[in-house]
Write a protein that binds this ligand. Structure first.
Ligand code: DGJ
Length: 800
């Protein structure tokens, strides 16, 4: 709900309020953002405003067009909604413009405001949708000296406690200006010393959480790869002393897939300023008279219920207002992907062999990854030539898809449409379509170059070739990859003084292609990918309902990566595969059960050679797939809560009644919206000997509901215990001998039974599990819980 009280504007969601006001100088002042505050009139909001009596020494007083100096007011000590450069504000600004005369000062002051029931439509970029009621506030700011207008749209998504902000700059003057920076968001807070949380990493190490206390100076989170990147995700958080379940936490994001910039700055006057938007590095935009520039939509939320409360707001927002199309709430299929089983070495019979195993294991979709087109036998050639290699697939995609379908499962395909290899027919025909600087050497990534998506003819070529691929057979799923960072940025289609527009123009070009194809093929499930999670953001999620979270499928590393994503993105958006051991990225061996348990807390898939798996493992996979399918609605779309975390990740509350083993256990709980069922995942890092019985702590349950906890009964092989068999065997059994193998084949040990019933409150307070193996014997009251061991517990409410 949006209310106006005299000079105040108040934006309320179900649990939060955002207040701003217009000062006598015409500046838009940020007053408050936090838990809901009640107000019946301006007088209820005045106490929230900063009081000003005199200007600090050595600061600059503000003089606007009226030429009157208010000697109690200076922009350096002011919580602003849209900070400008050059009039006394010395912190990060929202805008930097070079005017025709070479000056850089801007002074945007309030002109008018309007409450509306529709968001503006962006031409160049995706935006959030589904606003209800009169929940859009348009504030018009004008820089009269420069003849420029800024429209700020504040959009209130009441039910998920999110406010978004859209910023449009209109050149209402009669001369061109150069936009050097335009931030999408600005949030000025009272106080310094906030913790700025960013999610950084690299390929196969995405989304690691980093906390920085900003007491002075500034901390910048920025991507300069050309995409939103694994180096610095655009999702960030600001908090002070918060835990997973308590404290005020702000969550901030951008609906953008290119270079971005987030900065938290502590100002000299005990305030903190957050800004976010397109990275100003290598960005500039020539704005002609009569034209407008759309800055990416910014998203913010605040919660009093700690990081988990903030995450739930963001999750609901992403599911309900970002992800769109027929797959928005549809359960995602369990797939087998060919990449780690075959890499480039594919042909119809190998693929069909794998697809058959996938179908037998209960999977629902088989995906042919890279290697099916042109002369693509490795990563040096053929990107751009989207025609099937008939030596590998003699009957084309149509025949392969039909054969896969005849096994009773769907067929999907991999593409990387934004790229070209020098070794391709496309490059031979159109070398100028690749981004590179004429007559200068070009640095390549993965032997490939980026196509110049700022050019309409390039976009048309991509749309046309993808249209042909997607229509060449019964294709139900597309994995859209993008495997390199930008270097040598230059478009031959733009003049020298507009090269600062290339990177942003590329992103807008990508959006046009993605929009056209996803609208044309509404039933295909699109999965975004950029060497894993190098373009995991709300812009990509506006077209691709799910994204390959990382090329890293190691269960331990995935537990870090998925925890990172879970702060800002719902689990239905990140895809997680079970792969073989030793793991291809870390060479670590983790139990198959743990690989499954971690992957099951997102969108599950498999990625290894099922044909070479032994029977016991195949049977285990079959059991996993069936279990996941039975509970997938809950696992993909339930409310996600983080509990204790591994020490490498320990930022929230860590439950450890004994204090021992703290930071050794990771817990996630996923709860259905009606709280009638839940799944709890626990993963331990190292087995700690003789540590006493462990507890699990669930979250998000209804304390007054009675639940029954169950889990899959695990079976252990005699060989899992190595030569400990001799502790119980009357005759000596040599390890790995014929006798050892024979006993292993015929004799299985039952895992523990921890099923029980209790009220939700008891499960949340913590319940004991069966005692871990302590080296003094094994029986049905002992659980086998090795290094990187894990369990999945299912709870069902008794009342339903
Ligand atoms: C990078 C992706 O992240 C992988 O999953 C795989 O699709 C390869 N590209 C194929 O080249």
């Amino acid at each position: 709900m949006i209310s106006r009280f005299d000079d105040f504007y108040k934006l309320d969601t179900a649990a939060t309020s955002y207040v701003m006001r217009v000062t006598p100088t015409g500046h838009l002042e940020h007053v408050y953002y936090g838990p809901l505050v009640k107000a019946l009139g301006a007088s209820d909001l005045v106490p929230l405003c900063e009081k000003r009596g005199a200007m600090p020494g050595n600061a600059s007083g503000y003089k606007g067009l009226s030429d009157e100096l208010d000697d109690s007011f200076c922009l350096e000590n002011f919580k602003s909604e849209f900070a400008c450069m050059g009039k006394g504000d010395l912190s990060e600004t929202a805008i930097e413009i070079e005017h025709g005369d070479g000056s850089h000062t801007s002074d945007f002051v309030f002109d008018s405001a309007l409450i509306m029931d529709k968001k503006p439509e962006y031409k160049s970029m995706p935006t959030a949708y589904g606003i209800k009621g009169a929940n859009v506030l348009c504030v018009i700011l004008k820089d009269k000296s420069a003849g420029l207008t800024v429209r700020l749209y504040y959009c209130v998504f009441e039910e998920c406690n999110v406010i978004s902000r859209m910023t449009i700059l209109d050149n209402t003057s009669d001369s061109e200006v150069l936009v050097k920076r335009i931030m999408s968001n600005e949030l000025d807070l009272t106080g310094t010393g906030y913790t700025f949380t960013t999610f950084n990493g690299a390929w196969v190490r995405e989304m690691h959480r980093h906390d920085t206390n900003v007491n002075s100076g500034k901390h910048v989170n920025e991507s300069f790869t050309g995409t939103s990147s694994s180096r610095a995700n655009p999702f960030t958080m600001i908090s002070r002393g918060a835990g997973e379940d308590s404290g005020v936490v702000y969550g901030l994001n951008l609906i953008y897939s290119g270079n971005h910039y987030e900065c938290l700055e502590a100002t000299p006057y005990g305030k903190s300023r957050f800004v976010s938007g397109i990275s100003p590095r290598l960005f500039s935009y020539r704005l002609a008279p009569g034209s407008s520039f759309e800055a990416p939509e910014a998203v913010m939320t605040v919660s009093l219920q700690g990081f988990n409360g903030m995450s739930l707001n963001m999750h609901h927002f992403v599911s309900d207002h970002i992800v769109r199309g027929s797959w928005q709430y549809k359960e995602r299929p369990v797939l087998l992907n060919s990449w780690e089983a075959c890499y480039f070495n594919i042909n119809e019979s190998r693929l069909l062999g794998l697809a058959k195993e996938a179908a037998d294991a209960g999977m629902e979709l088989f995906v042919m990854d890279d290697g099916w087109f042109g002369e693509r036998n490795d990563d040096t050639s053929s990107l751009g030539d989207w025609e099937v290699n008939t030596k590998k697939l003699p009957g084309g995609i149509g025949q392969l898809a039909a054969k896969v379908n005849s096994l009773g499962i769907d067929f999907g395909i991999w593409v990387e449409p934004e790229m070209v290899n020098k070794n391709s027919r496309l490059y031979e025909a159109h070398p100028d379509w690749a981004i590179s600087i004429p007559d200068r050497p070009h640095s390549e990534g993965r032997n490939q170059m980026l196509l110049d998506l700022t050019r309409p003819e390039v976009r048309e070529y991509i749309i046309d070739s993808m249209r042909k691929v997607f229509s060449s057979g019964n294709i139900s799923y597309v994995k859209w990859d993008m495997n390199r960072c930008f270097t040598d940025v230059y478009s031959r289609a733009l003049p020298a003084d507009r090269q600062g527009e290339v990177l942003h123009g590329y992103v807008c070009g990508f959006y046009e292609i993605a929009r056209t194809l996803t609208e044309e093929f509404p039933d295909i499930l699109f999965e975004g990918c950029a060497s894993g999670g190098n373009r995991f953001d709300l812009g990509a999620l506006s077209y691709f309902p799910q994204i390959w979270a990382s090329d890293d499928t190691d269960a331990l590393e995935r537990s870090y990566i998925q925890t990172g994503y879970s702060y800002g993105y719902p689990q239905s958006t990140y895809t997680c595969h079970v792969s073989g051991v030793p793991n291809h990225q870390t060479l670590r061996r983790t139990p198959l059960e743990s690989r499954f348990n971690v992957a099951a807390c997102g969108v599950l898939g498999y990625e290894f050679n099922l044909k070479e798996m032994d029977k016991k493992e195949l049977a285990a996979v079959r059991g996993q797939v069936a279990y996941y399918k039975e509970h997938r609605k809950l696992l993909q779309f339930g409310d996600f809560y983080r509990g204790s975390s591994l020490s490498g990740l320990r930022y929230g509350q860590s439950y450890s009644p004994e204090g021992m083993g703290e930071g050794n256990s990771l817990e996630w709980t996923i709860v259905s919206a009606d709280k009638s069922e839940a799944m709890h995942m626990v993963l331990q890092d190292r087995a700690i000997p003789n540590m006493g019985t462990q507890m699990i702590h669930l979250a998000g349950l209804d304390g007054d509901k009675r639940y029954r906890l169950t889990h899959r009964t695990l079976k252990y092989n005699v060989k899992d215990f190595g030569n400990l068999i001799n502790a119980v065997s009357p005759v000596h059994v040599k390890e790995d001998s014929l006798m050892h193998n024979a006993i292993d084949r015929f004799y299985k040990l039952d895992g523990e039974d921890d099923s029980c019933e209790a009220y939700g409150a008891a499960f949340m307070a913590g319940i004991y599990t069966t005692q871990n193996f302590v080296g003094t014997g094994f029986n049905d009251k002992i659980r086998y819980y090795q290094d990187l061991g894990s369990r999945l517990y299912y709870l069902k409410s008794k009342e339903v």
